[in-house]
Write a protein of this length. Structure first.
Length: 116
């Protein structure tokens, strides 16, 4: 398991399974219908699902390879707090907008932050 991404990876894996199922169904529907316009519609939906699958697979790969940036929305001002790629638990960074400092923590397998 990749540190800090337990929930996100679980959700992405479920989403990937749903997208693959939708792709299969749309392909099946496109072969079953007689009307060309409807057939083209299902083919277009299948093409879109293929794009979704590729996007999800890429995000999962980035997370597992350590190429995904760990960031949060600052609870003080709403700006983005970035810990970068492959941060260590306990690292501290500041919000570049409001200057509040946050420590990277881990809670039940997921990254979290604590104001310091």
């Amino acid at each position: 398991m990749v540190k800090g991404y337990s929930t996100i990876l679980s959700i992405l894996e479920i989403n990937l399974s749903l997208e693959k199922n939708a792709l299969r169904r749309y392909r099946e529907f496109s072969m079953m219908v007689k009307e060309e316009e409807l057939k083209d519609y299902f083919i277009e939906l299948a093409r879109a699902e293929g794009g979704h699958i590729n996007g999800i697979v890429n995000i999962i790969r980035m997370i597992k390879d350590g190429g995904f940036e760990v960031s949060f929305i600052c609870p003080a001002c709403g700006w983005r707090i970035n810990f970068g790629k492959r941060p260590d638990i306990g690292e501290i960074t500041r919000c570049r907008m409001c200057g509040v400092s946050f420590e990277l923590t881990e809670k039940e397998g997921d990254f979290d932050i604590r104001r310091v």
